[in-house]
Design a protein around this ligand. Sequence first.
Ligand code: CDP
Length: 198
Amino acid sequence: MPFTVAIDGPAAAGKGTISKAVARHYGFRHLDTGLLYRATGRRVLDGHDPSEAARGLTPEDLDHPGLRSAEVAEAASRVATMPQVRAALLAFQREFARLGEGAVLDGRDIGTVICPEAEVKLFVTASAEVRAARRHRELSDGTSFEAVLEDVRARDARDIDRADAPLLPATDALTIDTTDLGIEAAVTAAIHAIDARR
Ligand code: CDP
């Protein structure tokens, strides 16, 4: 049976960095499930119907250069509230978790909906201000800090308030708060939690 690590949390909390480091450490495969929603959101911006956009995703869609933009993030956050979009993306994510020796999936609902049987569940979070400051540093397009903070808060609210697969820690998740924690310490905490279950 493959070993599954589920890493959930809000935007820019450090999930991606921790997931990549953990996957590298154990030789596990990694899926950034946010990319599926971003690729779907981008196809909707191009005029596709949301559920068709999700059902018809190709590997090339996941490699599209514009997926990290604020416009696509906003579109992703909107399509992510649609149950038919989430349903269309479910099988691919579960299949990814089943293949190989081990897999790390990061997103919003991995520990609660996609892989509720995951051996390790982490909930990575940080204050909205710290997350917005990190995202502001990553975006080099002149967007103001205030605008980024507003965007982070709007996406948090949409993720938390949606009826289908809302953002919340699984009851058996370990929370890692990275507000005052460096990358190395956060990765070490994740590795300790995983080692304890292997
Ligand atoms: O990197 P960031 O945290 O800003 O976003 P992301 O992880 O790439 O996800 C983009 C959007 O997809 C988020 O705003 C969520 O609304 C949505 N998402 C989701 O609903 N469920 C997931 N498993 C992953 C992402």
